[in-house]
Design a protein around this ligand. Structure first.
Ligand SMILES: Cc1ncc(COP(=O)(O)O)c(C=O)c1O
Ligand SMILES: [Zn+2]
Length: 426
């Protein structure tokens, strides 16, 4: 069955066949949604056909993806996705919530959510027999592409701003990608990478440009769906008396807007298949200093006005978000909203999550910082079940992490010196 039947432009609604376009709508530059043959899929699969698959990775959703399985079984490419969900009861108590969980995307092979997108784009590149895949990146998308490509010997070129955290640049280099650091912003790197892709005939993975990134990211929605269904089954079996009628509310940090629109697409696929009856609420969190999508959302419009981005959360520092329109809709169409958080709130969130055993990079912790805001302002109620996405590992930006904590004392190697500091430590 050919399940991938084409693209639909998110702006003008024009439809294209799979071979007709590669990136965005030729008419208006709109982001393209991948269209699957939902009628055939509906006839062919029941939810159990997916949930009974045993692959502990996003490839368990292959029947709902517009690619065929890539080579490289038992490589990191086949280990992307299927991330754990943790209970956060102490933080729930603190915020006056009854149910709070965190889905930890830092457990992906290259330690961020972006592995989902890169795994699917690499699969697409293999189908197209692309010699080189290129991406612009604030760091994580590049590390993900470099890692997934390295796993199967695919060549990759990464354009990143020269200000990208060192750990992210180290990842790119260690994975053997050709790395080009741009003396400019992420947006400069983005535009340049597209020019280079056109000039050299490379396949471009750019976020909010290549339609297959959202298809990879939608697999997080499928995992949330499986987990949430299982949670309900457990509650039912245990006769948990508490009512859980409120929809799940998902908090996710937003830069270009492709993660939130990818998650939205996943839930829309499930709705189209008739496997869910309603949508979770999607709440996007941006840094105050990089809030172009939140601004548009609150102005009640889809026109994205660029900002001059400045935030400690480098992964979500974007002047002109490339998937802004779909990101605005992801919140609007699910009864969600957008929140903005300051760098101080992000640093506090890193420290709070750390005390729960979760080490998040600033962009990852921003989602939790958003929840703190939301709980304090009535955007969520105490009975709302909440899932926070941690999209990246704190090990990727230890300079920022060190700003969230008090530095350790350095002492002479004698017990007397320990006695002196121990009172302050415990
Ligand atoms: C850790 C992390 N969180 C959040 C985001 C935001 O994703 P998007 O740009 O698709 O909105 C990114 C993007 O680079 C990221 O790396
Ligand atoms: Zn269009």
């Amino acid at each position: 069955m050919n399940k991938f039947i084409g693209y639909r432009c998110s702006l003008c609604g024009r439809e294209y066949l799979p071979g007709q376009v590669t990136y965005t709508c030729p008419q208006d530059g709109g982001n393209l949604d991948v269209v699957l043959d939902y009628a055939s899929l509906h006839g062919k699969y029941q939810p159990e056909d997916i949930t009974s698959r045993t692959d502990p990775s996003l490839w368990r959703y292959l029947p709902l993806l517009p690619v065929s399985e890539p080579p490289g079984d038992s490589t990191p490419l086949h280990a992307a996705g299927w991330t754990p969900v943790f209970d956060l009861p102490r933080l729930a108590d603190k915020l006056g919530l009854q149910n709070l969980w965190l889905k930890d995307e830092s457990r992906n092979p290259t330690a961020s959510f972006k592995d989902r997108a890169s795994a699917v784009v690499v699969a697409r590149a293999q189908e197209m027999k692309a010699e080189v895949v290129v991406t612009a990146s604030t760091g994580n998308a590049g590390a993900a592409l470099a890692g997934m490509a390295a796993a199967i010997g695919q060549k990759a070129v990464i354009f990143a701003p020269k200000s990208a955290p060192q750990a992210k640049v180290a990842q790119l280099l260690i994975f053997g990608a050709k790395v080009i650091l741009v003396d400019g912003t992420y947006d400069d790197a983005f535009d340049l990478s597209i020019k280079a892709a056109n000039e050299f005939g490379w396949y471009c993975r750019n976020t909010g440009y290549n339609p297959f990134t959202a298809e990879g990211k939608k697999t997080a929605a499928f995992e949330i769906w499986e987990w949430w269904t299982e949670k309900h089954r457990e509650w039912h079996e245990d006769n948990v008396s508490r009512e859980h009628h409120a929809p799940l509310t998902v908090f996710v940090s937003v830069g270009d807007g492709n993660i939130i629109s990818g998650i939205h697409k996943g839930f829309k696929d499930l709705l189209a298949l008739g496997w869910i009856s309603g949508m979770p609420r999607l709440i996007g969190v941006q840094a105050e200093g990089s809030a172009a999508i939140a601004n548009a959302f609150h102005a009640g419009q889809e026109t994205i006005v660029p900002v001059s981005a400045k935030t400690i959360a480098d992964s979500i520092s974007v002047d002109l978000p490339r998937d802004g329109v779909r990101a605005v809709r992801a919140a609007r169409e699910t009864n969600g909203t957008y929140l903005t958080v300051s760098d101080e709130e992000i640093l506090r969130a890193i420290a709070e999550l750390g005390k729960m055993g979760v080490f998040a990079e600033p962009a990852g912790a921003a989602a939790y910082a958003g929840l703190v805001r939301a709980a304090g302002s009535g955007v969520v109620g105490s009975e709302d079940p909440i899932l926070v996405m941690n999209t990246g590992s704190g090990l990727k930006d230890i300079r920022a992490a060190m700003k969230a904590v008090v530095e350790a004392p350095v002492i002479e190697p004698v017990l007397k010196a320990v006695r002196k500091v121990v009172r302050d430590l415990l």
